[in-house]
Design a protein around this ligand. Structure first.
Ligand code: PA5
Length: 471
């Protein structure tokens, strides 16, 4: 199972930059706050915006898995390409799962080595990127053999709506009346703009369940469908998530990984001047998991007001880095720059494959590498970085994956989601809203001429009056 080693967050390793171990004492205030929050989370689980906690468990799990498998089965063999249209919580989990659980060369492989269609998650409206993906689909199999998986809970998201409109037009021109067979939508089962479009155009749909916000949705059909299409073991993913959830039900801080993670990061972030939270996997496959974590940690906890309405400007800045690559880019800053970070290292005990470094070069200064492996080198670099960070009194922790497989990725997702729920309670903020995202969305509507939002054209022009301050 996944473990977290947090010894390097404590003052006996990093002096005054770490947490006094007494704070973690079972009889201390930290442990009793966590016990109270654990009881609170037990009382709210499966209700309101905490319905994401039901996703790995029956009956929700078997309902979703059944629906996903039925639609995936209906699509099996028909498509060479799958393009996921979505953004934010409707894309980051999909990207992270593909990158963690399929080889980096997945889209370049031929069947049967590639068990499903090529998968492209187009999470932006950069026209050059979007156009290039569509061109490639036309060249490799054509639009007829391309499935578009549009994911939008609301259907109102400008980026996804624009992508969808482009694709719908292309498909209907190329395929005529049957074009809807190339679209699977994941959206609200009952309401919203995308729901209305799907009902009218009779697309196959899968649900974004009620009470599951975008950034907590990867274990719902939002993330499960593209994963299943690409041959990822979604049962094992949910098993891992369920197992972590079970471990995080105890009121005992020292035995509850999510509670401990949240407690350490909130304590270091608010009381010890470490508001920057780096996640640095020593595995390329997990790098985009750190991207998924960035949204979860930033959007959930970055709040002006607490739940009572008092201004608190809460939140931490999540940062992603990659070991060993960023040892040659970021570690200088992390060790000698401002001591304002907690560095979460991630290591893999057993890589899906290892590559030996041959003997025989015969150069004295490089002899230490001979007969070793790349995996061994990478893990030695991680341990060396951990040591170097402690030497500079920089708090850090290590999340260890026994292997990068669906089960342990499921554990990791569940760990951070539950940690985020704890962190919201510890900070006293609502972890499930994102009020600050709205203004930019509404101003975009105004600038693009949407009815009812025209006033933003004037407001934007008045705020961003052109000046000569440009070089
Ligand atoms: O986490 C969130 O809620 C957001 O990132 C949304 O997922 C994102 O804005 C996309 O929204 P929608 O699924 O409604 O298109």
């Amino acid at each position: 199972m996944l473990t977290i080693d947090y010894a390097n967050c404590l003052s006996d390793r990093v002096g005054s930059h770490g947490i006094d171990p007494a704070v973690l004492d079972p009889a201390g205030p930290g442990a009793s706050a966590i016990a109270a929050h654990t009881r609170s989370l037990a009382s709210t689980r499966g209700t309101g915006w905490e319905r994401w906690r039901d996703l790995p468990f029956d009956p929700v799990r078997s309902d979703h898995v059944g629906q996903v498998r039925r639609v995936a089965q209906a699509c099996a063999g028909k498509f060479e390409n799958m393009v996921v249209l979505g953004i934010g919580g409707s894309a980051l989990g999909n990207i992270a799962l593909q990158s963690a659980l399929n080889p980096p060369t997945y889209n370049l492989m031929d069947p049967p080595a590639r068990p499903g269609p090529r998968v492209f998650v187009v999470d932006n409206v950069d026209p050059a990127t979007f156009g290039a993906v569509l061109d490639l689909c036309e060249q490799r199999g054509g639009l007829k053999r391309t499935l578009f998986n549009v994911i939008s809970k609301s259907g109102e998201t400008a980026e996804t709506a624009a992508q969808f409109m482009i694709v719908r037009e292309m498909l209907s021109k190329a395929l005529g009346a049957t074009y809807g067979e190339n679209i699977v939508a994941v959206t609200d089962p009952a309401k919203g703009t995308m729901r209305a479009i799907c009902d009218k155009e009779k697309f196959a749909t899968l649900p974004v369940p009620d009470g599951v916000g975008g950034r907590f949705s990867v274990l719902s059909p939002v993330g499960l469908f593209s994963a299943a299409m690409a041959g990822i073991d979604i049962g094992a993913l949910l098993d891992g998530a369920a197992a972590m959830d079970q471990r995080c039900r105890t009121e005992t801080l020292a035995a509850n990984p999510a509670a401990m993670l949240a407690f350490l990061l909130v304590e270091l972030g608010t009381n010890l001047g470490k508001p920057n939270h780096v996640l640095m996997p020593y595995a390329n496959s997990l790098y985009l998991m750190a991207d998924w974590y960035r949204q979860l940690w930033a959007e959930s906890l970055g709040k002006r007001a607490d739940v009572r309405g008092d201004t608190v400007f809460a939140g931490f800045t999540p940062i992603k880095a990659l070991g060993a690559t960023d040892q040659h880019s970021q570690i200088q800053l992390y060790r000698e720059g401002p001591n304002d970070k907690v560095i979460g290292l991630m290591e893999v005990q057993e890589f899906s494959r290892d590559v030996p470094i041959p003997r025989g070069l015969g150069v004295k200064n490089l002899a230490y590498l001979e007969g070793s492996t790349l995996g061994k080198l990478l893990n030695a670099e991680k341990r060396a970085t951990e040591f170097a960070l402690v030497e500079s009194l920089r708090p850090n922790f290590t999340i260890t994956f026994p292997r990068v497989d669906a089960y342990h990725v499921g554990e990791f997702i569940s760990l951070w989601q539950i940690a985020t729920a704890y962190a919201g309670l510890l900070l006293g903020v609502d972890a499930y809203d994102q009020p600050a995202v709205e203004l930019g969305k509404q101003a975009t509507f105004g600038l693009m001429g949407r009815d009812g939002f025209e006033s933003f054209q004037k407001e934007v022009a008045e705020t961003l009056v052109p000046t000569d301050r440009r070089v």
